[in-house]
Design a protein around this ligand. Structure first.
Ligand code: NAD
Ligand code: AHE
Ligand code: ZN
Length: 370
């Protein structure tokens, strides 16, 4: 079938809206009509050329929601007409990772997904016979996409696509990192570096679980007001503090350091600050931000010897088919706020504006509709 997609032909180039050929679903696959998709910083990261797994030409996008329009042979968990969210972290429920409660990192299709291909090693997208790569197993910057069944979370039908698409990455990543990865407890002091589409969801997750201090750190003072609305209790304007003084400032502010810190920027210097502002003896820092090819983190081992813990979180530690429908319920029950984080809604024809808004710090999340 012919579909409308924003194609990334090469790193650094603007996306171009084109008519693309999409093959129907094969065995174990689902054809989803994408109604809305968020634009995450990870899409910009891959488009920039810094992603070691970035492949071009491709159709980016991994934060979508839509309707099942067809299923391939053997698909049993969703049917035509179901509403669904694509999962870049699938849930096969059979691999060693899925069978462990310690991780959400299903490995059933990870290698082909990282090669921009469906599990059978081929692509469903092409233009004039030239193959396009899939992206993060989702490619939601297309009005139709094909997904493996294990990468489809069925959701309730009364949930608005242009809001719950954000649960496909940002909301689940931020709230899940607090609940599933860090397991923040009531009364804990939390420090969040980067108050964008992910960090603000960490803040609302920390408020949900009853954290005490919720300190937000950003270079953009324009983030203070919205972060306060989501639960931030103290703001640190990193643009006004010399880099070497930032960690002592936060340790002092929190009375000894954070019980939990979260890096939601993707900057290895910030990752070090986030670790070193943790409380001696027990403070845990969670890396959420994605850093470019060749970048490495460092700290003095003494930081870990003296009890700080460094860990990371992908998709908020959520097992997608199990947890995404629950997070949709939280939104519908008004336990979490998504609406106020979606600052811009654009038709797909203007998708490049979504990247500009992000780079200029003007948006929290832009949702693109088809
Ligand atoms: P964003 O652009 O919306 O927000 C980034 C924020 O960081 C902005 O507010 C910006 O002003 C702030 N910032 C930049 N430099 C800073 C610095 N030196 N100190 C403090 N703040 C700084 O991006 P986002 O969509 O929230 O994504 C954040 C990061 O999380 C990206 O690296 C993205 O790739 C990653 N991410 C990871 C996962 C995961 O599963 N691990 C999921 C989604 C996104
Ligand atoms: N491809 C990159 C890594 C990118 C990355 O870390 N992706 C996160 C999700 S970001 C969503 O916005 C993730 O889930 N990682 C786990 C995984 O298996 O990809 C690289 O460095 O190669
Ligand atoms: Zn994302």
């Amino acid at each position: 079938m012919k579909v409308k997609a924003a194609v990334a032909h090469r790193a650094g180039a603007p996306l171009s809206i084109e008519t693309v050929d999409l093959e129907g679903p094969r065995a174990g696959e689902v054809l989803l009509e994408i109604k809305a998709t968020g634009v995450c910083h990870t899409d910009a990261f891959t488009l920039s050329g810094k992603d070691p797994e970035g492949l071009f030409p491709t159709i980016l996008g991994h934060e979508g929601a839509g309707v099942v329009v067809d299923v391939g042979p053997g698909v049993t968990s969703v049917k035509k007409g179901d509403h669904a969210i694509p999962l870049y972290t699938p849930e096969c429920r059979q691999c060693k990772f899925c069978l462990s409660e310690r991780t959400n990192l299903c490995q059933a299709i990870r290698s082909t997904q990282g090669q921009g291909l469906m599990p059978d090693g081929t692509s469903r997208f092409s233009i004039d016979g030239q193959k396009l790569f899939h992206y993060m197993g989702c490619s939601t910057f297309s009005n139709y996409t094909v997904l493996p069944e294990i990468a489809v979370a069925k959701i309730r039908e009364d949930a608005p696509f242009d809001k719950v698409c954000y649960i496909g990455c940002g909301v689940t990543t931020g709230v899940g990192a607090v609940i599933n990865t860090a397991k923040v407890r009531p009364g804990d002091n939390v420090v969040v570096f980067g108050l964008g589409g992910i960090g603000l969801n960490v803040i609302q997750g920390a408020r949900m679980v009853g954290a005490n201090m919720i300190v937000g750190v950003d270079l953009n003072p324009g983030r203070k007001a919205i972060a306060e609305r989501f639960g931030m209790t103290h703001f640190v304007d990193a643009s006004q503090i010399p880099s070497a003084e930032l960690v002592p400032h936060i340790v002092n502010l929190t009375g000894g350091g954070a019980d939990f810190s979260f890096e939601c920027v993707g900057n290895v210097t910030v990752m070090r600050q986030a670790l070193e502002c943790c409380h001696k003896g027990w403070g845990t820092s969670v890396i959420i931000g994605v850093a470019g090819a060749g970048e490495e983190i460092s700290t003095r081992p003494f930081q870990l010897v003296t009890g700080r813990v460094w860990k990371g979180s992908a998709f908020g530690g959520a097992k997608g088919r199990r947890d995404v429908p629950k997070i949709v319920d939280w939104y519908m029950d008004k336990k979490i706020n998504i609406d106020d984080l979606i600052t811009h809604v654009l038709p797909v024809e203007k998708i490049n504006d979504a990247f500009d808004l992000m780079h200029h710090g003007e948006s929290i999340r832009t949702v693109v509709t088809f």
